[in-house]
Design a protein around this ligand. Structure first.
Ligand code: EPU
Length: 337
């Protein structure tokens, strides 16, 4: 077993926070994982995937297991669909590109999302009108206490907006090993409803988009709004878009007539947190080496060597301000350690 001691986690989290792990090991096979868990108290381990949805505020005084399981396989095919199984350590965007190269449809709208395949179901990643749950067939996960492997169906996962059973009842109990996706091989259900995609395709004079065209459009939109973690540390949306009662929204609208919203149900509406944060005056604000991104207020950024606690304190200030101005509770989307 190749165990490293006191290593910096800076290359392993997209926020680029420089904290240290007491022990660290890259896991390349299920057998290796089972072996480690046999010899370790699992409550003393810290599971690290793509590190794209976390803010690290202190050294990790645990055994960090970096899930690096690789491999993508077509496991079943019908005339028009395909089941593709990808191991947890595959980079999400590279997996999307692999599907597009094979003309498999369904995840093109999820292009360029940072992170790995194995962590995608935990928060049911979503963008531009598609969520992971729309293409999810099943996943296999290792129960840390017993070492047993269990298969989870879509129902088992209880997917919701940026949420799943792995963030709730089963939090900290399972390690996702692989995910199987149901994708189309023909008659792709191209989704262009999300305004920005339509505009981008129009710009390029594309009237009958392929999955590749959609992917390219999404990449263009994301690159124009969201900072590239390789250049500026960030974790994508720091907060979830809040869901509030329609009655509260109607009152808010009287004071803020331009406030955007999406209907969730007859009684509930979702408000873009980016709009709230921008209108609270935080967009583009820079505090020394951290701040709020200039093109998308939902994204907090590390301009270099920022301390996780400074970013956490900024997020708390934003939450307090949004509560005061709009009486809305903003919930963090990233996991804070
Ligand atoms: N807005 C502002 N100011 C801002 C940002 C947004 O006014 O600084 C307004 C926009 O004008 C627009 C609305 O908010 O009316 C929505 O903006 P956008 O399309 O950028 O989407 P979002 O709701 O801010 C969500 C996801 C993103 C995802 C996009 C596209 C959440 C928490 N975030 O953002 O996901 O890429 O939709 O589908 O749901 C992520 O999770 O890391 C992420 C980037």
């Amino acid at each position: 077993m190749n165990i490293q001691k006191n290593i910096s986690l800076k290359p392993y989290n997209t926020f680029g926070i420089n904290v240290f792990a007491k022990q660290f090991m890259s896991i390349n096979s299920i057998e290796e994982l089972q072996e480690v868990l046999k010899s370790e108290d699992y409550s003393n381990t810290f599971i690290l995937g793509g590190g794209s949805n976390m803010l690290l505020t202190k050294d990790i005084d645990k055994f960090v297991l970096h899930i690096n399981l690789k491999g993508i396989d077509v496991v079943f095919e019908t005339a028009s669909t395909v089941l593709v199984k990808a191991n947890a350590g595959e980079n999400w965007h590279e997996f999307v590109l692999w599907c597009i190269d094979n003309d498999f449809g369904g995840i093109e709208n999820l292009s360029l999302i940072p992170g790995n395949v194995g962590t995608a179901p935990i928060q049911n990643i979503g963008a531009y009108g598609v969520e992971l749950k729309d293409v999810f067939e099943s996943c296999e996960a290792l129960h840390m206490a017993s070492g047993e492997i269990k298969m989870f169906t879509k129902e088992d996962c209880q997917f919701d907006y940026r949420n799943s059973v792995f963030k709730n009842e089963l939090k900290g109990q399972y390690i996702i090993l692989n995910v199987t996706f149901k994708l189309t091989t023909q008659n792709h259900a191209i989704k262009t409803d999300y305004g920005a995609i339509g505009n981008e395709l129009e710009k390029q004079n594309i009237t009958k988009p392929t999955v590749k065209d959609i992917s390219k459009a999404v990449i263009a939109i994301r690159s124009s709004k969201l900072p590239d973690p390789k250049e500026i540390g960030n974790s994508g949306s720091f907060f979830k878009n809040p869901i509030i009662p329609k009655t509260q929204f109607d009152t808010l609208k009287q004071n803020f007539p331009k406030i955007p919203s999406y209907s969730v149900s007859e009684e509930l509406v979702k408000i873009p947190a980016g709009w709230l944060i921008e209108h609270a005056g935080f967009k583009g604000k820079k505090f020394n080496n951290y701040g709020v991104h200039k093109n998308q207020a939902l994204v907090l950024v590390n301009y270099g060597n920022a301390n996780g606690n400074d970013i956490l304190n900024l997020s708390k200030l934003i939450q307090k301000t949004i509560k005061r101005i709009f009486d809305i509770n903003l919930e963090a989307e990233v996991n804070i350690f």
